[in-house]
Design a protein around this ligand. Structure first.
Ligand SMILES: [Zn+2]
Length: 1024
C-alpha cells in the first residue's frame, strides 16, 4: 500500500516503457488455456451482462486484448489473454480529490481493513499469508486508485478476486480503522489520560516519511505548480499537516462517490478463463447497480499559460551530500500532450529520450558535461501519469548563482536542436532500445502492462491502440522518412515554443526540520486546545478501544486459504549444460529467449587489496563510461546502445551456502543483445577487457561526482534496507563486506574519498583494478539462450576469449571464497545510531544464525514469517503507527528485524528483544493453519516466477543447484512446532554480543537515551 507521487520513482512507470521493458516468462506448471474460447469473443458478443466492444491481436507481445463494457453500469473491463501462468487481476477507480487531506490514500488503506463478506480485521494482510500471490498491493496515484494482484494458482486467483472485490465495493469503513490507518489523537502514554496528546496513524507517518526525501518534495511541488487548476494542484497522498483535517464522514462520502461501478475499470491478464470472472462480477457486484454518470471525477485538460512561471521552495539540508552552498536544484518543466492522444504521447516520449538519454544526447552534452552540477535530478524525464504529460529536465548540486545559467542553457540547447536536428546514430540507438525491449522478457510482464495502461484508461484513452507499439513505431519511422525536418519541427512546436513552462528551484534550509516540528506542534495545539476534559476522556477511551480491538483474537476461518497440496513438490529444472571454452567455465541455460542472447560473467576479485575492494562500486560505475584505447566515451556509448541493451557491471558478494561469514567476492558483468548483434557485443567487452592506455582524469572526476550525487538518493525511502544492512554487518562477515560496498559505510567512504580530490591517483588505482580482474583466468560465465542457436553463439564466444588478456596465474575459480570480518565477544560493537536528518526512524536488529544448507535455515525462514505476521506487524504497524515492520532471514544466515518509517526508536528495539519471550509463550499455541500460512509465505518467495533471462541464475551466482534447492524445499515443508521451539532456544535465547547487533537510523533526538541499556554498547555515527 504505497503512495505513488510524481517524484523519483515514477519516471520508469510510463505506459510504453512499462510494456517495452517487461515481457513475460513461458507458462509454468498448471496451464489452463482458454485459447479455444477466444474464437467466440467477437465484437458485439454478449455474456454475463457485458458486451464485447473490441478485440485486438497484439502480435509483438503475443497477446489478445478483449475490451468489454457492462451494459447496465457501463463499467469497463479489459482482458489480456496470453499464454502466461502469472495471472493478474486489478480494479481501478478514478479518484480526484480537491484537497490535501489524503482522502483517496486513506480510503485505499481503510477499504482493506474488512468488508461485508469478510468482516475480519485486515483481511488484506491476512490473505498475504494464505496465498501464493506473486504480487498483492494497492496504489494511490494523483487521480486514480488501483488494486492489483497476480498469482500462478487458479484457486488463489479466485480467492483473491473475491477478497479484492468485496473490499473495494463493500468495505466496512469502521471508525476505528479510520483512526488506525488515517490519523488519531492519542496520549503519549496510551494507558495514562494525563499525558500529552500527539497525532498518530499509518498514512500520517507514511507521508511524513515520503516527504523526508527532498526529491519527493520537489516532484510533488512540481506537479502541484504546473497543473494547478484541478485535482493535480493538491496532494492525493496527503500532506501531513492537512491529514488531521479529514473526518470519518468525509471518507465514507468519498467512497460512495468514487467507488461506484460506473466509475470503475477492471483488468485481467494471463491464461485463466475469462467467463467465470465476468459471471461473478456481474452477479455479485454489478447487477445491483444502475448507471451513474461519473462526471464528478472527470479531469479537464489544464488551461495553457501564455507565459512561463517561476517558483522557489525550501528543502532539507542533507548532511551526507555536497556542501550547503551546492545543495540547490533547478528544474525546467513543460506541459506536453494529452495522454489520451496515443501517438502524440508516444512521440513526446521518443523525443524526450532523444533529448536526455546518454552522453550523446543534447542535454547531457550541454548540461551535464560542463562541470558545474551534480548531474540530472531523478525527476528528469518524461512523465505520463497525469492527464497532460510533463517533460522535466533538472540539475542537482548547483549553486544558486547558476540558476539562470541553467535556464539559458535549456533554451540554447533547444535552439541548437531546432536548427541542426539530432545525430542519426543517436536516433538509431533510441529506436534500437525499443526493438530490444519488446523482445526482452522479464518478470511480472502482465502486471507491468496493466499498471502501464492505468493512467491512459483513467481518462478513457484508447488502450487497444496504446498496446500496439509496433504500429506507433512504424508511423514514427514513416513520418521521419517523409520529412527530414520532422523531429526538429516537433521540438520547435512542443518544446521550444511552449509557453506552459515552469522553472522551479529548491534550496536547502538548515532549519527545515525545526520549522516542520513547529508547524506540527501548532497543529496539535489547534486540535487539542478546545478539548474539554470530557472530550479528552472520549479520545482516551477510543484509543483504548482501538487497542483492545487490535489485540483481540480474530476468527479468520471465513477467509479462503490455499493448502499445502497447492504447492508443487518439484523444483523447476531447466535444461542446462556445463562446458569449458578456452579454459573458461561456462554454464549454458537453454531457455526460449525470443531471439535474445543473455550473457553473464563473474570476475573474481580475491586478488585485489582491501583498498581496491573498497573502490569496486566506483570502478563498476565508471569503467564503461570512460572510453577505451580505441573508442572515446561517446563512440563507446553509441555502439553500446545501437547494438546491445547496455553493458552492466556491479560488485557481487556470493555468500557461501555452507559456511557463515564466507563469500565469493567478484564483479558481476552482464549484457544482452539481439542474436544478430552478438559479435558487436563481444567487441564492446573486448574493448573494456583491454583498457591499457591512461584514461581521462577530468572525465573521471566528472563521473565520480555524478556517482556521489546519486548515491544518497533513496536513503530515506529505503531506510529500513540501509538499517538492516548496517545491523547485519555487525554480526556477519559476508554482510560486513556488503555494507562496505553498498551500505552507509560506502557512502561515508565515498564522501571521504571525494574530499581528498586525489582523482589522478584514484584513477590509476581504477586502471590497476581493471588490469587485475579483466583476465581470462578470472572469468566464469553463463548464457541464457535458445538451443537452436547455441553452437553459433558459443563459437563467437570462443573467439572472444582468444582476444582478452590472460596471466600465468592459476585460475581463481578454485580459490574464490574468503572469510570475512568476524567479531568476537570481546571486540563486538553491537549498537549503532546513524544520525540522519529525517523525521522518522528505521530500526533494525540482527542475529547471526545458520548457513543455507543447514536444516535450521529452513526453520528460521518459517519462524521469520510467523513473527512478522503474528507479532511484529500487529505490534509495530497497528499499535505504534510505524508504516511497516517485520523479520526476515538473509542469505548470509542473519535473522534481521526491521521497522519502517517508525515514530519510535529504542522502544522498537525492545519489541525486537521481546521476541524470545513472545515465542516462548506463543509457539505452542500456534495453530496448524498459522504454521501453514507461514510456510505459504516462504514459498511465495521460493517459487516466485523467474523470467527466461534469469533462469539458472541462482546456480551461477550462488552455486545454489536445483538439488540443494529441492532439499531446502522439503525442509521447509517439514517444519513443525518443535522445530520452531528448537531454533528459538538455540538462536534467540543467546546474549553473546558478537551474535547480535542493533542499528537505529533516524534523527538526533534528546529522548534517545541509551544509559538505561547497560548490556548494549552504543556508537553514534553523525554522517557529517
Ligand atoms: Zn499508503
Amino acid at each position: 500500500m504505497w503512495y505513488k507521487n510524481l517524484g523519483a520513482h515514477l519516471k520508469s512507470i510510463t505506459t510504453l516503457n512499462q510494456i517495452l521493458r517487461q515481457s513475460s516468462h513461458a507458462a509454468r506448471r498448471k496451464v489452463l488455456t482458454e485459447s479455444n474460447d477466444l474464437n467466440v469473443f467477437k465484437v458485439g458478443y454478449k455474456l454475463h451482462g457485458f458486451e464485447i466492444k473490441g478485440v485486438q491481436e497484439v502480435s509483438e507481445f503475443r497477446l489478445t486484448a478483449i475490451h468489454l463494457v457492462h451494459e447496465n453500469t457501463k463499467a469497463e473491463y479489459l482482458h489480456l489473454y496470453r499464454n502466461d501462468s502469472n495471472n493478474v487481476f486489478a480494479i481501478q477507480f478514478r479518484t480526484t480529490p480537491k484537497n490535501s487531506t489524503g482522502l483517496p490514500h486513506i480510503l485505499e488503506h481503510t477499504v482493506l481493513c474488512g468488508s461485508k463478506k469478510y468482516p475480519v480485521r485486515d483481511p488484506f494482510f491476512k490473505m498475504l499469508n494464505r496465498s501464493l500471490a506473486t504480487f498483492m498491493n494497492a496504489m494511490t496515484g494523483s487521480d486514480y486508485t488501483v488494486y492489483p494482484f497476480s498469482t500462478q494458482n487458479l484457486s488463489d486467483f479466485r480467492n483473491l478476486q473475491k477478497i479484492y472485490l468485496d473490499a473495494t465495493f463493500r468495505p466496512l469503513l469502521k471508525e476505528l480503522d479510520f483512526m488506525q490507518e488515517g490519523w488519531r489523537l492519542e496520549n503519549v502514554n496510551p494507558a495514562d489520560a494525563a499525558t500529552p496528546l500527539i497525532i498518530k496513524g499509518v498514512v500520517y507517518n507514511e507521508m511524513k516519511g515520503a516527504f523526508s526525501e527532498n526529491e519527493n518534495l520537489l516532484g510533488q511541488k512540481l506537479q502541484n505548480l504546473i497543473l494547478p487548476d484541478h485535482t493535480y494542484g493538491v496532494i492525493s497522498g496527503g500532506d501531513p499537516l492537512e491529514i488531521p483535517n479529514l473526518t470519518w464522514e468525509d471518507l465514507k462520502k468519498f467512497h460512495a462517490e468514487c467507488y461506484h461501478p460506473s466509475n470503475a475499470k477492471f483488468f485481467s491478464y494471463g491464461n485463466f478463463p475469462l467467463s467465470p470472472s465476468l459471471e461473478y462480477l456481474n452477479r455479485v457486484y454489478l447487477s445491483p447497480h444502475e448507471y451513474r454518470e461519473p462526471a464528478h471525477t472527470v479531469v479537464p485538460k489544464q488551461n495553457r499559460w501564455s507565459a512561463p512561471k517561476r517558483e522557489h521552495i525550501e528543502g532539507r539540508f542533507e548532511a551526507m551530500r555536497e556542501p550547503i552552498e551546492k545543495q540547490n536544484s533547478v528544474v525546467v518543466s513543460l506541459l506536453l500532450s494529452d495522454i489520451t492522444d496515443i501517438y502524440d504521447t508516444f512521440l513526446m516520449q521518443f523525443v524526450s529520450e532523444l533529448l536526455i538519454k546518454g552522453p550523446n544526447s543534447p542535454f547531457y552534452k550541454s548540461m551535464v558535461e560542463p562541470n558545474f552540477s551534480g548531474g540530472f535530478t531523478p525527476s528528469t524525464g518524461y512523465d505520463m501519469q497525469t492527464r497532460d504529460s510533463i517533460f522535466t529536465i533538472g540539475l542537482q548540486g548547483v549553486k544558486k548563482e547558476d540558476f539562470d545559467k541553467v535556464v539559458g542553457i535549456f533554451d540554447s540547447t533547444l535552439d541548437n536542436v531546432v536548427s541542426h536536428g539530432f545525430d542519426e546514430k543517436h536516433i538509431e540507438s533510441i529506436l534500437h532500445r525499443y526493438e530490444i525491449s519488446i523482445k526482452h522478457e522479464s518478470a511480472n510482464f502482465g502486471l507491468n502492462v496493466v499498471l502501464g495502461l492505468v493512467p491512459t484508461w483513467n481518462h478513457n484513452g484508447d488502450i487497444l491502440a496504446a498496446l500496439q507499439v509496433n504500429k506507433l513505431i512504424d508511423k514514427l519511422k514513416k513520418e521521419m522518412k517523409q520529412d527530414s525536418n520532422y523531429l526538429q519541427n516537433i521540438v520547435k512546436r512542443y518544446f521550444k515554443d511552449n509557453t506552459h513552462r515552469l522553472i522551479l528551484t529548491m534550496s536547502p534550509d538548515k532549519d527545515f526540520e525545526k520549522k516542520q516540528n513547529a508547524l506540527e506542534d501548532e497543529l496539535i495545539k489547534k486540535k487539542t486546545q478546545d478539548l474539554k476534559d470530557d472530550d479528552k476522556q472520549i479520545v482516551f477511551k477510543k484509543c483504548l478501544e482501538l487497542q483492545k480491538v487490535q489485540t483481540e483474537q480474530q476468527n479468520t476461518d471465513i477467509l479462503p486459504t490455499l493448502l499445502m497440496e497447492d504447492i508443487s513438490n518439484e523444483v523447476e529444472k531447466i535444461s542446462r549444460e556445463r562446458v569449458t571454452i578456452n579454459s573458461v567455465p561456462v554454464q549454458i541455460n537453454k531457455v526460449s529467449s525470443n531471439g535474445i542472447v543473455y550473457f553473464k560473467g563473474l570476475l573474481g576479485t580475491v586478488e585485489l587489496s582491501p583498498e581496491q575492494q573498497m573502490l569496486l562500486p566506483l570502478f563498476c560505475y565508471v569503467i564503461n563510461k570512460l572510453g577505451t584505447d580505441n573508442l572515446n566515451f561517446r563512440e563507446f556509448d553509441s555502439l553500446m546502445n545501437r547494438k546491445t541493451a547496455g553493458l552492466s557491471l556491479e560488485p557481487h558478494i556470493g555468500e557461501s551456502l555452507f559456511q557463515l561469514h564466507n563469500y565469493e567476492p567478484s564483479v558481476f558483468i552482464s549484457s544482452h543483445c539481439l542474436e544478430k548483434n552478438v559479435e558487436s557485443m563481444w567487441e564492446l567487452w573486448r574493448e573494456l577487457f583491454n583498457i591499457r592506455e591512461s584514461l581521462d582524469v577530468e572525465r573521471f572526476q566528472r563521473l565520480t561526482e555524478l556517482y556521489m550525487a546519486n548515491l544518497t538518493h533513496g536513503v530515506a525511502d529505503a531506510g529500513h534496507i540501509y538499517a538492516m544492512k548496517a545491523a547485519s554487518a555487525l554480526v556477519s562477515g559476508s554482510a560486513y563486506q556488503k555494507e562496505l560496498l553498498g551500505g552507509l559505510q560506502h557512502i561515508s567512504y565515498m564522501k571521504r574519498l571525494i574530499g581528498t580530490s586525489r582523482y589522478k591517483a584514484v584513477l590509476e588505482e581504477i586502471q590497476n583494478i581493471a588490469k587485475i580482474i579483466f583476465t581470462k583466468n578470472n572469468l566464469r560465465c553463463a548464457f541464457n539462450i535458445s538451443q537452436e542457436n547455441q553452437s553459433k553463439i558459443m563459437k563467437t564466444f570462443a573467439q572472444f576469449t582468444t582476444g582478452i588478456p590472460e596471466t600465468s596465474k592459476q585460475a581463481t575459480h578454485d580459490r574464490s571464497y574468503v572469510e570475512g570480518k568476524v567479531w568476537s565477544s570481546f571486540n563486538a560493537v553491537n549498537c549503532q545510531h546513524h544520525v540522519l536528518n529525517v523525521p522518522v526512524n528505521y530500526c533494525s536488529k540482527a542475529v547471526l544464525t545458520a548457513p543455507y544448507n543447514k536444516k535450521d535455515f529452513a526453520r528460521l525462514r518459517v519462524l521469520a514469517r510467523l513473527l512478522s505476521a503474528k507479532y511484529l506487524h500487529p505490534e509495530l504497524r497497528e499499535k505504534q503507527g510505524a508504516y511497516g515492520g517485520g523479520a526476515r532471514l538473509t542469505s548470509d544466515g542473519v535473522l534481521v528485524f526491521y521497522s519502517y518509517r517508525d515514530p519510535r526508536s529504542l522502544q522498537t528495539l525492545d519489541v525486537f528483544d521481546n521476541t524470545f519471550a513472545w515465542l516462548k509463550e506463543n509457539v505452542d499455541k500456534t495453530s496448524s493453519q498459522e504454521l501453514l500460512e507461514s510456510k505459504l509465505g516462504v514459498f511465495q518467495a521460493v517459487d516466485a516466477p523467474i523470467p527466461p533471462c534469469a533462469k539458472g541464475c541462482d546456480e551461477f551466482l550462488r552455486r545454489l543447484t536445483p538439488d540443494i534447492l529441492q532439499r531446502h524445499r522439503a525442509e521447509i515443508m517439514s517444519v513443525d512446532k518443535n522445530a520452531l521451539k528448537d531454533v528459538t532456544e538455540k538462536y534467540l535465547g543467546n546474549n553473546d554480543p558478537a551474535l547480535s547487533g542493533k542499528v537505529v537510523l533516524g534523527p538526533k533526538n534528546e529522548k534517545f537515551d541509551t544509559t538505561s541499556r547497560p548490556s548494549e554498547m552504543w556508537t553514534t555515527m553523525e554522517n557529517e
